[in-house]
Design a protein around this ligand. Structure first.
Ligand SMILES: Cc1cc2nc3c(=O)[nH]c(=O)nc-3n(C[C@H](O)[C@H](O)[C@H](O)COP(=O)(O)OP(=O)(O)OC[C@H]3O[C@@H](n4cnc5c(N)ncnc54)[C@H](O)[C@@H]3O)c2cc1C
Length: 340
């Protein structure tokens, strides 16, 4: 275990913001926590957990200790006629895991291809895309208490999964380090493609559903994503910057009178979800910039670092976007990205 002081987090966030943390430490095994806690100076400081930094916006240097879990082993823990259960170290790259599962012809993660970040953040955020969410396949999350290294296991039903959230993002943020995640995946003959997302259905429409494999869905998702979302290694970004807002029926009826083309999706509880990207585009922000920060010309929901932007530059831009959308539609966009 290597403790680095005054360490730049630029390689550890996809916005590529150059801030320093007082201490940076990579944790691999449960006993690392106890070893670190025995150092009185480190123990007295605040601790923060990061993964790949693909959902974070750093606005300033970070006092205290920044820890990242590098444990990345994968093992098959159980198997029956229909399914496999795999336990995966939280430090593994999410996309590498998805690729591994489709190469084995297992169903379950293929719609979540090319989401940056680590396996450990998947339950925190309950990541989702193209009609699938991490909670659909997670059976167990094994955590370590960062104060005493104690192991605590959560079953799916205990994780309080919601839209881009979970118990790990709410009450236990920066308290429980996710060490391993167990997924239940379906074997080839016992699963089927999830094609609820129209653009995905379109790409695979000429194939008979029974001939589609997890790898085919994975390839289609990768192609769609590459054409829509700027690659963070080329242009710093954190994917969708804002959550898609939800309005009640009464407000939606008012909106649709003024904007008959407003795209929407009815939620199970009778409210209406509206794509934040559409609202931002209508407010005239798609492709516009503010200093070194900009709104992507490919996808209005993605704010980008045009080169040399600070976290504060991105914050200024997001406040301007928020204000204009609120002024035009009376809807307050909430960031999905965690601002530190
Ligand atoms: C180009 C791009 C596209 C994206 N597309 C999507 C998408 O389609 N769907 C989607 O849901 N997200 C998307 N995201 C957002 C992001 O990739 C996910 O939220 C991802 O899960 C974050 O993983 P990370 O390892 O980078 O976590 P970080 O950003 O480092 O951290 C996110 C949160 O998780 C916590 N955390 C991280 N690791 C651990 C751990 N081991 N234990 C406990 N807490 C931990 C952190 O404390 C923080 O609260 C996208 C991002 C980018 C840059």
């Amino acid at each position: 275990m290597h403790i680095q002081a005054n360490y730049s987090l630029k390689p550890h966030n996809t916005f590529q913001i150059d801030v320093k943390t007082q201490y940076y430490i990579e944790i691999n095994k449960p006993s690392d926590i106890l070893t670190l806690r025995s150092d009185l100076k480190l123990a007295s400081l605040p601790w923060r957990i990061i993964g790949g930094g693909s959902n974070l916006l750093f606005t300033d240097d970070l006092p205290g200790v920044t820890v990242r879990c590098t444990f990345d082993q994968l093992k098959l823990v159980k198997e029956d006629k229909e399914s496999v259960w795999i336990s995966v170290g939280s430090g593994m790259s999410w996309h590498d895991l998805v690729e591994y599962t489709v190469e084995n012809n297992w169903w379950g993660l293929e719609n979540l291809a090319l989401i940056p970040g680590t396996v450990g953040a998947a339950p925190v955020q309950n990541i989702g895309a193209y009609g699938a969410e991490a909670r659909d396949t997670i059976t167990r999350v094994q955590t370590l208490n960062i104060y005493d290294g104690q192991r605590i296991r959560y079953r799916n039903a205990d994780c309080n999964f919601g839209y881009r959230t979970s118990i790990f993002k709410q009450e236990f943020t920066n308290q429980l380090l996710i060490h391993r995640v167990t997924f239940r995946l379906k074997k080839l003959a016992h699963g089927k493609p999830n094609l609820v997302y129209d653009p995905l259905k379109q790409v695979l429409k000429d194939l008979d559903k029974k001939d589609i494999t997890p790898k085919m869905v994975f390839d289609a998702v990768v192609d769609i994503r590459k054409s829509r979302i700027p690659d963070p290694s080329q242009q710093g970004n954190a994917g969708s910057f804002f959550k898609n807002p939800v309005v009640d029926l009464e407000y939606f009826e008012k909106l649709i009178k003024d904007y008959p083309d407003i795209p929407h999706h009815r939620t199970l509880d009778g409210a209406y979800k509206i794509p934040a990207g559409w609202l931002i585009e209508q407010a005239g922000w798609k492709g516009r910039s503010h200093g070194h920060a900009g709104v992507s010309s490919r996808h209005a929901l993605v704010l980008v670092n045009l080169g040399g932007a600070s976290g504060k530059d991105i914050c200024e831009l997001y406040h301007l976007v928020q204000e204009d959308v609120n002024h035009k539609f009376g809807i307050y966009l909430e960031p999905e990205v965690i601002i530190l």
